[in-house]
Design a protein around this ligand. Structure first.
Ligand code: GTB
Length: 233
């Protein structure tokens, strides 16, 4: 049976990749695992049926048989462990890829979320103009370090991994801010990731919730059949 994820029935960005079901869709597309989507309203997310799946009343959730998960880091990790394609086989390389997953969520994402809060929710505060540059500089600090580490490599550590998937998902939030443009190698990293067919399919599928048009490129039957399910856990 295909896993089922939850997503916004009506996302503020109208399905342009910012809601976090995007990273789960992308992971599933990368490994060729078809999935179902249950759309939930903001009200339904706070009702008991959804709270039983997600204690904080958020999306996305992930259901597979009698397993129910929340938190995108955990969901992407679960998918990466179950299927080939998102984590290297070599034990040390695998540990490093997992490290990048944590780095994306614990070290790079927090200042980016803070910037989002400052821009979206604090514009009317008397201290906004003074605080905004401080928050922007905290983001720049992290991007500088990430940019130095990435250098001219295509991916963070060898082949594309779940670490890249989460890092790029985190950087996606900066797209409209212009800050990412200050780092040509990070911009190229982002563009390279966006060009991945799996990213495009995930993006189109999320957008289709809002346009009502079916996604242009669903996971093809061929890809489903050839996806190597390794059951490593
Ligand atoms: N740490 C959790 C995870 O990674 O899974 C965070 C999950 C989360 O923040 N979910 C958000 C949510 O359900 C949706 S993604 N919010 C509703 C609530 O808390 O009541 C965050 C998000 C959604 C949409 C936009 N947008 O449209 O601009 C931006 C960010």
């Amino acid at each position: 049976m295909n896993p089922t994820i939850t997503a916004f029935k009506s996302s503020p960005d109208r399905g342009r990749g910012l809601a976090r079901d995007m990273r789960v869709r992308w992971a599933l597309e990368e490994v060729g695992q078809p999935y179902e989507v249950r759309l939930v309203s903001f009200r339904a997310m706070k009702e008991p049926a959804h709270l039983a799946l997600h204690p904080f009343g958020q999306i996305p959730t992930y259901e597979e048989g009698d397993l129910a998960l929340f938190e995108t880091g955990s969901i992407v990790f679960h998918i990466a462990k179950r299927h080939a394609g998102l984590l290297p086989d070599d034990a040390n390389a695998r540990a490093r890829a997992i490290t990048w997953m944590f780095a994306a969520l614990n070290t790079v994402e927090p200042p980016i979320l803070e910037l989002g809060t400052a821009m979206l929710l604090e514009g009317d505060k008397p201290w906004h103009a003074e605080r905004l540059p401080l928050v922007q500089d905290r983001v720049r600090g992290r991007l500088n370090q990430l940019s130095v580490r990435l250098g001219d490599a295509d991916w963070l550590d060898g082949a594309f991994s779940a670490g890249d998937l989460l890092m790029v998902s985190v950087l996606l939030r900066l797209k409209s801010s212009g800050i990412l443009d200050e780092y040509p190698n990070l911009t190229a990293y982002f563009t390279r990731s966006e060009a991945r067919p799996a990213f495009r399919r995930a993006f189109d599928a999320q957008l289709a919730v809002f346009t009502g048009k079916p996604p242009l490129a669903a996971v093809s039957k061929f890809e489903r059949q050839t996806a190597k399910i390794t059951s490593k856990v």
